[in-house]
Design a protein around this ligand. Sequence first.
Ligand code: MSP
Length: 506
Amino acid sequence: MPFYLTTPIYYVNATPHIGNAYTTIAADVLSRHHRQRGHDTFFLTGTDEHGSKIARVAAEQGLEPQDFVDRMAPQWQELPKRLSATPDFFIRTSDEGHKAVVQEFLQRIYDAGEIYEGTYDGLYCTACESFYTEAELVGGRCPQHGTVPERVEEKNYFFRLSAYQDRLLALYDENPEYVLPRFRYNEARSFIAGGLDDISVSRASQRWGIPVPWDTDQVIYVWVDALINYWSALTYAREGEDLRETLWPDVRHLLGKDILKFHCVIWPALLLAAGYEVPKQLFVHGFLLLDERKISKSVGNVIDPLDLIDVYGVDPVRFYLLREVQFGHDGNVSVQGLHDRYERELGNDLGNLLSRTTAMVSRYRDGRIPDAPWDESPINEVITELQVEVASRLDRFDLTGALEKIWEAVRGLNAYVESQAPWVLAREGEQTRLDQTLYDLVDGLRAVAIALAAYLPETAPRILGALGQPGDLAWNGVAYGGALPAGDIEPASPLYPRVESPAAAA
Ligand code: MSP
């Protein structure tokens, strides 16, 4: 089964902050999970390099736009690596392969008669790379950036978006889960139902972009250029292969709520106009906030994810963001919050469980894991539920709910240690029950490690290693009774060593 997942492509002029890292981390968790299930997974991310915003910043720095983007792109290419994210391809919209496909794509829409020439007179926010109507402005300012938009009047090419209203409504009505979560589906659908204006798809006053194929005095509007990345990448990501044959339209887009209209309305319409199939599904996530304000470069309250990673490690940062904020909603994050969950959940709940389990195997069974699965084991049920529930929640992009399910299992195992009290069983010579209990703890932790591997890619192999278990992460390993008898188990060193104070990362 193909599973093709994308992140938005990031504006290359900025430096990565925790809000952008969030989308990449979420996409990576889903991609890793689908790989564990044996799906034909393809994860795409990259950079958005054209448009007036980039041209302006390049000019401010006295650089040619191409030199500027070439200097900025490496830090974005580095970001997935620093986040332990595993994209299968990194697209840059300045790639020749992308540019050619964008031109071909637009030409098809033009040839279909869906593009016409007109004059644009409107208010443009460069930070959004988007036009606004007077009604959409708040006190005459951009609703996202609070800046005063510029008046732009020029000859442009227009796409007949208005003609796609009925087809888009039908698409939404036939696919009640086309956009998730549901309140975002409603938002997109009402926007369409409210009537669509045609959109300008070219810029006459700019040079930094992909030339309009039939009128090279104009460049293609940066958002049209950018959206097509999801399609173009498949044509050249693998030399000699056209991945569209296997992966399109099985694509799922992850995006933040600020760019819903482009993805949930304009993008499917552009595909329909070009005669291609629309994406399978879109998931819209919320914003990470700091003190209730969006974390963004323009607000100036950015948290550098790399600073947090330096202090806490990458797994805790991945874990914290997906656990703290219900995926799909807005939510506050803070360094103190990360510190607390690091100590309480990763250090105590998970780390101590491993330390205690390995210490008891070492002490009571001389480092040998007893081969003692048993029919009435309560852990059997816990793990079976984990296998089914985590997968089904992740199929609905419920990354927070799936993680909560795993944490229930972690807490369940901790409660099992207390209720079985292996130290009492040892003292009283209850050998069979002691064997069964130790087996259950090892097997439960092994299954939890596999279930957690998509979230904690560095920690999971360490847990399996400490338990003397093979590193195979296949999803069917999340089943009771998979622990292999192993010897030489030693008390594990702490998974998450103490970090003195959150100030270090602030
Ligand atoms: N270049 C466009 C996307 C083109 S996709 C065809 C763009 N880039 S961006 O760099 O500004 O934003 C990229 C992603 O980061 C968006 O999904 C956006 O929602 C996300 N985030 C930026 N700040 C954010 C938070 N504070 N919280 C969560 N995500 C946010 O838009």
